[in-house]
Ligand binder design. Structure first.
Ligand SMILES: Cc1cc2nc3c(=O)[nH]c(=O)nc-3n(C[C@H](O)[C@H](O)[C@H](O)COP(=O)(O)O)c2cc1C
Length: 172
Protein backbone atom coordinates (compact mmCIF):
# COMPACT_ATOMS: atom_id res chain seq x y z
CA UNK A 1 0.00 0.00 0.00
CA UNK A 2 1.42 3.36 -0.92
CA UNK A 3 0.22 6.60 0.58
CA UNK A 4 0.23 9.83 -1.37
CA UNK A 5 0.54 13.18 0.43
CA UNK A 6 -2.89 14.05 1.72
CA UNK A 7 -3.67 10.40 2.47
CA UNK A 8 -2.25 10.75 5.94
CA UNK A 9 -5.16 8.83 7.41
CA UNK A 10 -4.77 5.82 5.20
CA UNK A 11 -2.58 3.80 7.55
CA UNK A 12 -4.74 4.55 10.57
CA UNK A 13 -7.82 3.57 8.54
CA UNK A 14 -6.07 0.33 7.58
CA UNK A 15 -5.29 -0.51 11.20
CA UNK A 16 -8.90 0.13 12.13
CA UNK A 17 -9.77 -2.97 10.10
CA UNK A 18 -8.23 -5.10 12.85
CA UNK A 19 -11.06 -6.21 15.14
CA UNK A 20 -10.31 -5.43 18.78
CA UNK A 21 -12.27 -5.33 22.00
CA UNK A 22 -12.12 -2.77 24.79
CA UNK A 23 -10.76 -3.77 28.18
CA UNK A 24 -9.74 -2.22 31.47
CA UNK A 25 -6.43 -3.37 32.90
CA UNK A 26 -6.41 -3.02 36.70
CA UNK A 27 -3.26 -2.85 38.83
CA UNK A 28 -2.42 -2.35 42.50
CA UNK A 29 0.64 -2.24 44.71
CA UNK A 30 0.58 -1.29 48.38
CA UNK A 31 -1.76 1.67 48.77
CA UNK A 32 -1.65 2.49 45.06
CA UNK A 33 -4.24 1.27 42.57
CA UNK A 34 -4.88 2.31 39.01
CA UNK A 35 -6.58 1.12 35.84
CA UNK A 36 -6.43 2.02 32.17
CA UNK A 37 -8.45 1.29 29.07
CA UNK A 38 -6.69 -1.08 26.66
CA UNK A 39 -7.56 -2.38 23.21
CA UNK A 40 -4.33 -4.28 22.56
CA UNK A 41 -5.28 -7.46 24.43
CA UNK A 42 -5.33 -11.05 23.12
CA UNK A 43 -5.09 -14.68 24.17
CA UNK A 44 -1.56 -15.94 23.55
CA UNK A 45 -1.50 -19.60 24.74
CA UNK A 46 -3.72 -22.51 25.86
CA UNK A 47 -1.19 -24.24 28.09
CA UNK A 48 -0.42 -22.34 30.14
CA UNK A 49 -3.37 -19.98 29.69
CA UNK A 50 -1.76 -16.69 28.70
CA UNK A 51 -3.09 -13.25 27.84
CA UNK A 52 -0.90 -10.68 26.11
CA UNK A 53 -1.37 -6.96 26.72
CA UNK A 54 0.59 -4.22 24.98
CA UNK A 55 1.27 -1.38 27.41
CA UNK A 56 2.71 2.07 26.93
CA UNK A 57 5.51 2.39 29.52
CA UNK A 58 4.43 6.02 30.02
CA UNK A 59 1.17 4.82 31.63
CA UNK A 60 1.17 5.27 35.41
CA UNK A 61 -0.21 1.73 35.62
CA UNK A 62 2.93 0.32 34.02
CA UNK A 63 5.15 0.72 37.08
CA UNK A 64 2.41 -0.45 39.42
CA UNK A 65 1.89 -3.59 37.33
CA UNK A 66 5.58 -4.43 37.43
CA UNK A 67 5.84 -3.67 41.14
CA UNK A 68 3.19 -6.27 42.04
CA UNK A 69 3.43 -8.73 39.15
CA UNK A 70 -0.35 -9.06 38.94
CA UNK A 71 -3.08 -7.43 36.88
CA UNK A 72 -6.72 -7.81 36.00
CA UNK A 73 -8.23 -7.65 32.52
CA UNK A 74 -11.88 -6.56 32.57
CA UNK A 75 -14.05 -6.92 29.46
CA UNK A 76 -16.21 -3.83 28.90
CA UNK A 77 -19.84 -3.96 27.78
CA UNK A 78 -21.29 -2.04 24.88
CA UNK A 79 -22.89 0.51 27.24
CA UNK A 80 -19.60 1.27 29.05
CA UNK A 81 -18.19 3.74 26.54
CA UNK A 82 -17.99 6.53 29.13
CA UNK A 83 -16.07 4.25 31.49
CA UNK A 84 -13.60 3.56 28.67
CA UNK A 85 -13.21 7.32 28.22
CA UNK A 86 -12.78 8.01 31.92
CA UNK A 87 -10.07 5.39 32.39
CA UNK A 88 -8.47 5.85 28.99
CA UNK A 89 -8.08 9.58 28.46
CA UNK A 90 -6.32 10.74 31.63
CA UNK A 91 -3.66 9.31 33.88
CA UNK A 92 -4.19 8.02 37.39
CA UNK A 93 -0.79 9.34 38.41
CA UNK A 94 -2.23 12.14 40.56
CA UNK A 95 -5.73 10.93 41.35
CA UNK A 96 -7.61 7.71 41.96
CA UNK A 97 -9.49 7.38 38.67
CA UNK A 98 -11.42 4.44 40.10
CA UNK A 99 -13.11 6.46 42.84
CA UNK A 100 -16.87 6.05 42.45
CA UNK A 101 -16.51 3.03 40.14
CA UNK A 102 -17.73 -0.30 41.54
CA UNK A 103 -14.71 -2.54 42.11
CA UNK A 104 -13.61 -5.32 44.39
CA UNK A 105 -10.02 -6.27 45.18
CA UNK A 106 -8.67 -9.39 43.50
CA UNK A 107 -5.36 -11.03 44.30
CA UNK A 108 -2.79 -8.59 45.58
CA UNK A 109 -5.57 -6.00 45.54
CA UNK A 110 -5.86 -5.67 41.76
CA UNK A 111 -9.15 -3.87 41.05
CA UNK A 112 -11.87 -5.97 39.42
CA UNK A 113 -14.76 -4.03 37.88
CA UNK A 114 -17.87 -5.64 39.29
CA UNK A 115 -20.09 -4.21 36.50
CA UNK A 116 -17.94 -5.46 33.62
CA UNK A 117 -18.95 -8.27 31.25
CA UNK A 118 -16.17 -10.55 32.51
CA UNK A 119 -12.74 -10.43 34.09
CA UNK A 120 -9.44 -12.31 34.16
CA UNK A 121 -6.86 -12.22 36.95
CA UNK A 122 -3.33 -12.62 35.66
CA UNK A 123 0.11 -13.22 37.08
CA UNK A 124 2.92 -11.59 35.16
CA UNK A 125 4.91 -14.25 33.28
CA UNK A 126 6.97 -12.32 30.78
CA UNK A 127 7.65 -8.99 29.14
CA UNK A 128 9.09 -8.03 25.81
CA UNK A 129 9.78 -4.63 24.37
CA UNK A 130 7.54 -3.90 21.41
CA UNK A 131 8.64 -0.59 19.87
CA UNK A 132 7.04 2.22 21.85
CA UNK A 133 5.02 -0.30 23.91
CA UNK A 134 5.82 -3.34 26.02
CA UNK A 135 4.16 -6.68 25.47
CA UNK A 136 3.24 -8.17 28.82
CA UNK A 137 2.28 -11.83 29.21
CA UNK A 138 0.05 -12.82 32.09
CA UNK A 139 -0.93 -16.32 33.16
CA UNK A 140 -4.64 -16.44 33.84
CA UNK A 141 -5.15 -17.57 37.46
CA UNK A 142 -8.83 -16.76 37.85
CA UNK A 143 -11.73 -15.21 35.98
CA UNK A 144 -15.47 -15.16 35.58
CA UNK A 145 -18.27 -14.09 33.27
CA UNK A 146 -20.26 -11.48 35.22
CA UNK A 147 -22.96 -10.75 32.63
CA UNK A 148 -23.50 -13.59 30.18
CA UNK A 149 -26.12 -11.66 28.17
CA UNK A 150 -24.16 -8.48 27.50
CA UNK A 151 -22.35 -7.73 24.23
CA UNK A 152 -18.73 -6.60 24.42
CA UNK A 153 -17.75 -3.06 23.46
CA UNK A 154 -15.59 -3.02 20.34
CA UNK A 155 -12.66 -0.73 19.68
CA UNK A 156 -14.33 0.59 16.50
CA UNK A 157 -17.16 1.97 18.66
CA UNK A 158 -14.69 4.19 20.56
CA UNK A 159 -13.96 6.24 17.41
CA UNK A 160 -10.79 8.25 17.94
CA UNK A 161 -11.20 8.41 21.73
CA UNK A 162 -7.56 7.41 22.19
CA UNK A 163 -6.30 10.01 19.72
CA UNK A 164 -4.47 7.28 17.83
CA UNK A 165 -5.19 8.64 14.34
CA UNK A 166 -2.47 11.24 15.00
CA UNK A 167 0.07 8.58 15.98
CA UNK A 168 0.33 6.66 12.71
CA UNK A 169 3.10 7.57 10.28
CA UNK A 170 2.07 9.17 6.98
CA UNK A 171 3.65 6.30 5.00
CA UNK A 172 5.21 2.90 5.57
C1 LIG B 1 -10.08 2.99 23.48
C2 LIG B 1 -8.70 3.10 24.10
C3 LIG B 1 -7.79 2.06 23.95
C4 LIG B 1 -6.51 2.12 24.54
N1 LIG B 1 -5.66 1.07 24.42
C5 LIG B 1 -4.47 1.09 25.06
C6 LIG B 1 -3.60 -0.05 25.02
O1 LIG B 1 -3.91 -1.09 24.44
N2 LIG B 1 -2.41 0.04 25.68
C7 LIG B 1 -2.03 1.17 26.36
O2 LIG B 1 -0.94 1.18 26.96
N3 LIG B 1 -2.84 2.27 26.43
C8 LIG B 1 -4.04 2.24 25.80
N4 LIG B 1 -4.88 3.33 25.87
C9 LIG B 1 -4.42 4.55 26.55
C10 LIG B 1 -4.50 4.47 28.08
O3 LIG B 1 -5.77 4.00 28.49
C11 LIG B 1 -4.27 5.90 28.65
O4 LIG B 1 -2.98 6.33 28.31
C12 LIG B 1 -4.50 5.99 30.16
O5 LIG B 1 -4.69 7.34 30.48
C13 LIG B 1 -3.35 5.46 31.00
O6 LIG B 1 -3.72 5.56 32.36
P1 LIG B 1 -2.69 5.47 33.58
O7 LIG B 1 -1.61 6.52 33.33
O8 LIG B 1 -3.53 5.77 34.78
O9 LIG B 1 -2.11 4.09 33.60
C14 LIG B 1 -6.15 3.28 25.28
C15 LIG B 1 -7.07 4.33 25.44
C16 LIG B 1 -8.33 4.25 24.86
C17 LIG B 1 -9.32 5.38 25.04
Amino acid sequence: LSTAPGDANEISALFRRLTLGVYVVGVAHGETRDAFTAAWVMQASFDPLLLAVSINPANASYEVLHASGWFSVNVLKQDQLELARRLGTKSGRDEDKLRGIATRPGRLGVPILTDALAYFECELMGRSRAGDHELVLGQVRDGKILDGKASPLTYGETGDMDGSSALYPPAF
